[in-house]
Design a protein around this ligand. Sequence first.
Ligand code: FAD
Ligand code: NDP
Length: 519
Amino acid sequence: MAALCRASFFLSFFFWGVCYSPPPLCISRAGKYDYDLVVIGGGSGGLACSKEAAQFGQKVAVLDYVDPTVKGKIKIWGLGGTCVNVGCIPKKLIHQAALFGTALKDAKKYGWQISEPVCHDWATMMEGVQNHVRSLNWGHRVQLQDKKVKYLNFKGSLVDEHTVKGLTKAGKETILTAKNIVIVTGGRPKYPTNIPGAVEHGITSDDMFWLKKSPGKTLVVGASYVALECAGFLTGIGLDTTVMVRSIALRGFDQQMAGLVTDYMETYGTKFAWKCVPKRVDKLSSGALQVTWTDTQTGGEHQDTYDSVLWAVGRAPETKALGLDKLGVKLNQETGKIVLATDESTSVPNIYALGDIGEGRPELTPTAIKAGKLLARRLAGQSAELMNYDNVPTTVFTPLEYGCVGLSEEEAEKRHGKDNIEVYHAFYKPLEFTVAERDASQCYIKVVCKRFGDQTILGLHFTGPNAGEVMQGFAMGFQCGATYSHLSQTVGIHPTCAEEVVKVNITKHSGLDATVTGC
Ligand code: FAD
Ligand code: NDP
């Protein structure tokens, strides 16, 4: 029955897609152009921008095209961009799988009788994850249809400031004209260019989320969001995992918090090769990958073998195919990203860009979505509101999650002076860790405030379970200009980890023990 319903739903969608042609839109200003708006890139920002514009009666087309991964193993994925297919969504689901591993260990202490050995099956997990991703791909197509946005599976490039060329996989060209063009083509993982064997034998996060077989013993090169999250979930599902860090972990984040994240990962079982850089990757006759690396502190050379080498060394903007140079769209020469004004306009009139492709923009889904919606409203003449890129909260989904908003302690000191900031902090123990006898040494809260006056909060940092859920509400307080006294006037919800945030009362200046005792 369920299969029958699914089939009829798919069929009705197919026929609707073939037969339906949208009615003329009453407030479209397309005029001599085919569209009011052509959006290149159907990821987080592009979909949000195109749907919002259509909502205001604009005639909109969105082009989305995925090139196969460098290794060519993973051919393509569906509509939705990085977040849906090879980012936030599969990452968070696999993180959840890893958390279940810890929960299973805890469960025994809570009385659950679990017979050993408990094994994890990669293929089962991936089937579930990919089915969900495909349902999201489908949902996005349906939403575009519902909102009368024309979806075109074309690779887009610019011809002039009102013209886009679309190319199908088979090489068929279509020309589209538009009053405005928005570029939201995101980025793809980088490979290191100077390491023999890196491209031939390594994979990136784009491959990781579509692997049919477990990656096995894995070396993760890099030490930022992608590297630590991937290493965390691989360790969590029981794989032998090493992170190779060339400098520091989580550059740009509060370094005390970054230290807690990696300390926890070490106790969790992730190995770290600190201050090491890979030199070459060779495939042995056994099929194993032999990695040679240099310890930059001692100069010593080391080798080990792995089943997989994951390069998590950053992402490169997808601008190559767009023909931006011909039109004079200004790029940052170092990063290759598009230089943007506060209203997301590029150096060429009628061409806008947002999301990961924008120079200096956070590489996060919610900022791309919000910026896309706001741009659509401005282009449709509905609003003048600009995107506020300050106070963006974020969470690193490592085994011990880390959520934050605002300035790191280092950055607050730099901007305001060490003597002008007050740091309230607490080492707390999540209640759920107690019966499970889990070590809570890295569960920590830090509230960085101005030292004088009303003690405005400059930064809020939290490591612990469900850090994203905890931080979201506090981010709103932060956005409203919360002070330390607002925080301490707030009544906690007991017993939670989040209540520990409103209870912080020990300052770093005092030198007192910040360990929370009692409840
Ligand atoms: P994208 O989502 O990358 O969309 C761009 C789209 O344009 C893609 O579909 C691309 O194929 C297409 N395209 C490219 N060139 C062309 C062309 N010439 N013509 C047509 N189409 C083209 N963010 C979070 O907020 N939370 C997270 O937990 C999180 N986890 C992440 C985990 C990983 C492993 C990664 C890699 C990223 C993660 N991110 C996360 C970041 C988030 O995915 C991105 O910031 C977000 O997807 C950016 O959206 P975008 O619209 O700018 O680009
Ligand atoms: P980043 O650019 O943030 O980090 C790259 C990492 O790779 C750094 O640790 C860097 O070290 C290291 N590195 C670079 N080149 C080399 C090399 N040749 N050899 C060894 N190490 C190298 O990239 P990510 O891919 O981790 O993340 C990209 C963006 O995606 C993030 O900024 C984030 O906004 C987004 N994202 C968000 C997530 C979330 O919200 N939870 C999760 C994942 C991604 P060094 O510091 O020495 O330069």
